[in-house]
Design a protein around this ligand. Structure first.
Ligand code: NAD
Length: 484
C-alpha cells in the first residue's frame, strides 16, 4: 500500500484533510491511501512557493535554470521504471502506451521548455532622432509568480509537466494539485526535484479533491498569481470564477466533442489506422479523441465495417503484459458515466456496430472495464452525439457534400480538435480553414510538435500553450521606455 503525501517546501508531509483510497482500475483494488491537504496545508504550500521566489530560485540565472530543467528530464528518465509503474497503477493503462507516451513525454517536456527559454527574446523599439527627442522601448520578461497547476487523470505526468516545465522555465514557482484519481507521479516528481537540487518551495504538491477541498482552496487562494488548468469545461467555469477574484490570469484546456471528417478519396487503410487510434487510444480518455465521425456516403459502409473491426481487435488484460492493448477506464464512477451513454444509445435506437457494453473479465471482475463501441443511426441532437463521454466510443454519420460536413462538425459548443482525412490537398486546406477548432490534423491524429499553439476554441478553453505560447502565459512583460 502506498501512502501519498503532500510535498510542501521540499518535504513530504502527511495530509490533514480527508483520506480516501487509491484504486487500481484494472481490478478495482485499493492499493494506496491519499490523505488530502487541508486549507492550512494549501496555505503553507502557497507560502513556500512565494518564499522560494524571494530566495535562490528568484535570483537564479536563465542558464542555471535551464541546467536544472535538463536534470529534471534526466532524473525522470533515470527512474523511468518507477514512474511507469506508478502511472500504470494509477490508471491501468497498458505498459505499451505509458512507456511510449506518458513517461517519455513527461520527461521531454522539461527539455522542450529548456530549449524554448534558451532562445526566448523580447521586443524593442528604438526611435532615435537627431534632436534627442526619441525613445528606446524594450520589454523585460519576468515570472508571473506563484502558479496553481490543476491537472486531470488521463495523462497525469505528461499533462502536469506540460505546465510545470514552462512555468519553471520562466522562473515561477508552482503548487500542483494532481487529480485525486492519480496522485502517484506528481508525488514521485517531488523526490526527483530534491535529487536534482531544485530549491525547496519551487515545486509543491497538494493532494485532494476539487470542490470544497484542496483544488478549490488552491484556485481561490489570494496569493496565487495565475492558474493553469486542464480538465472538464464545467470545472473550468468554476476555476474562472475563482480567478476573477483578484483578476488572476487563467489558461484553460478543457473538454471536447471532436469531429473526424472522412472524405471518399481518403487513403482507406491509413485512415482506419489513424481514426481508430483517435477513437480508442487510452480507452478513449484523450481530450483530443474523436467521438463523432462524419463519413462521405460513398464509403460509409466500408468505414463502418473497418472501424467496428478495429474496435473488436483490442485486447484487455493485465496492463503489464505486452499483449494488452486496452486498459479499463479510470474509476467506477467514470465507468458508470460511460455505460450510461451506452444505455442511452441503445434506448434511442442506435445501431450498435461494435461493443456497446462491459466485457466479461475473468480475474479482473472488479475492474472498470468497458467495451470499445461504434454506433450509427442517432440524430445529431442525441446527448450521445453532443456530450463529451470520454470513453472508447464513437458515432458515425454519413454526409454528402463538403459544406454539409463542415456544418455538422461545427454544430457543437466545443472546439478543441478535428481530423480531416482526404487525399485532395486543396480540400484539406479549405476544410481546415472552416472547422472551428484550435487544432486540425490532416491525415493524422495526435501528431504533436510541442512548439505549436495547443488549446481549444469555444467551450474547449481559453488561451494557447506550447512553445512560445506557454512562455507568454507563464511570464509577465514589463516595458521600459528610455528617453534618448
Ligand atoms: P475534472 O475537471 O473533473 O478535474 C480536473 C482537476 O480539477 C482535478 O484535479 C480535480 O480535482 C480538480 N477540480 C475539480 N473541481 C474543482 C474546483 N471546483 N476547483 C478546483 N479544482 C477542481 O477533469 P477530469 O475528469 O480529471 O479530466 C477529464 C476532462 O479533462 C475531460 O473533460 C477532458 O476533455 C479534459 N481534458 C482536456 C485536455 C485539453 O488539453 N483540452 C486534456 C486532457 C483532459
Amino acid at each position: 500500500m502506498s501512502n501519498f503525501q503532500n510535498f510542501i517546501d521540499g518535504a513530504f508531509v502527511a495530509g490533514r484533510g480527508d483520506a480516501f483510497g487509491n484504486h487500481f482500475p484494472t481490478t478495482g483494488e485499493v492499493i494506496g491511501e491519499v490523505r488530502a491537504a487541508d486549507r492550512e496545508q494549501v496555505d503553507a504550500a502557497v507560502g513556500a512557493a512565494r518564499q522560494a521566489l524571494r530566495g535562490p530560485w528568484g535570483r537564479m540565472s536563465v542558464p542555471e535554470r535551464i541546467a536544472l530543467l535538463r536534470k529534471l528530464s534526466q532524473g525522470i528518465n533515470a527512474r523511468f521504471d518507477e514512474f511507469l509503474e506508478a502511472e500504470i497503477h494509477d490508471t491501468g493503462k497498458p505498459r505499451s502506451l505509458a512507456s511510449h507516451i506518458d513517461i517519455p513525454r513527461g520527461a521531454a517536456n522539461f527539455d522542450v521548455f529548456a530549449d524554448q527559454v534558451a532562445t526566448l527574446g523580447t521586443e524593442s523599439f528604438a526611435q532615435p532622432t537627431p534632436d534627442g527627442a526619441g525613445a528606446l522601448n524594450y520589454a523585460v520578461r519576468g515570472p508571473r509568480g506563484v502558479i496553481a497547476v490543476v491537472c486531470p487523470w488521463n495523462l497525469p505526468l505528461l499533462l502536469m509537466t506540460w505546465k510545470v516545465a514552462p512555468a519553471l522555465a520562466c522562473g515561477n514557482t508552482v503548487v500542483v494539485k494532481p487529480s485525486e484519481e492519480t496522485p502517484a507521479t506528481a508525488t514521485l516528481l517531488g523526490e526527483v526535484m530534491n535529487e536534482v537540487g531544485i530549491p525547496a518551495g519551487v515545486y509543491n504538491v497538494v493532494h485532494g479533491r476539487g470542490p470544497g477541498c484542496a483544488g478549490e482552496f488552491l484556485t481561490s487562494h489570494p496569493d496565487v498569481d495565475g492558474i493553469t488548468f486542464t480538465g472538464e469545461t464545467r470545472t473550468g467555469e468554476a476555476i474562472m470564477k475563482a480567478a476573477a477574484n483578484g483578476v488572476r490570469p487563467v489558461s484553460l484546456e478543457l473538454g471536447g466533442k471532436n469531429p473526424g471528417i472522412i472524405f471518399d478519396d481518403a487513403d482507406f487503410d491509413k485512415t482506419m489506422e489513424g481514426i481508430g487510434r483517435a477513437c480508442f487510444a487510452n480507452t478513449g480518455q484523450v481530450c483530443l479523441g474523436t467521438e463523432r465521425i462524419y463519413v462521405q456516403r460513398g464509403i460509409f459502409d466500408r468505414v463502418a465495417e473497418g472501424l467496428a473491426a478495429k474496435a473488436r481487435s483490442y485486447r484487455f488484460g493485465d496492463p503489464f503484459e505486452d499483449s494488452t492493448t486496452m486498459g479499463p477506464v479510470i474509476s467506477a464512477e467514470h465507468r458508470e458515466k460511460v455505460l450510461s451513454y451506452y444505455d442511452k444509445a441503445r434506448t434511442e435506437g442506435a445501431q450498435v456496430l461494435a461493443g456497446g457494453g462491459a466485457p466479461q473479465m475473468q480475474g479482473y471482475d472488479g475492474g472498470y472495464w468497458v467495451e470499445p463501441t461504434v454506433w450509427t443511426g442517432l440524430p445529431e441532437t442525441s446527448p450521445v452525439v453532443t456530450d463529451e463521454i470520454f470513453g472508447p466510443c464513437t458515432h458515425l454519420q454519413p454526409f454528402d457534400t463538403e459544406e454539409e460536413a463542415v456544418a455538422l462538425a461545427n454544430n457543437s459548443p466545443y472546439g478543441l480538435a478535428t481530423s480531416i482525412w482526404t487525399t485532395d490537398l486543396a480540400r484539406a486546406h479549405r476544410v481546415a480553414g472552416e472547422v472551428e477548432v484550435g487544432i486540425t490534423w490532416v491525415n493524422c491524429w495526435f501528431l504533436r510538435d510541442l512548439r505549436t499553439p495547443f488549446g481549444g476554441s469555444k467551450s474547449s478553453g481559453i488561451g494557447r500553450e506550447g512553445g512560445v505560447h506557454s512562455m507568454e502565459f507563464y511570464s509577465e512583460l514589463r516595458n521600459v521606455c528610455i528617453k534618448l
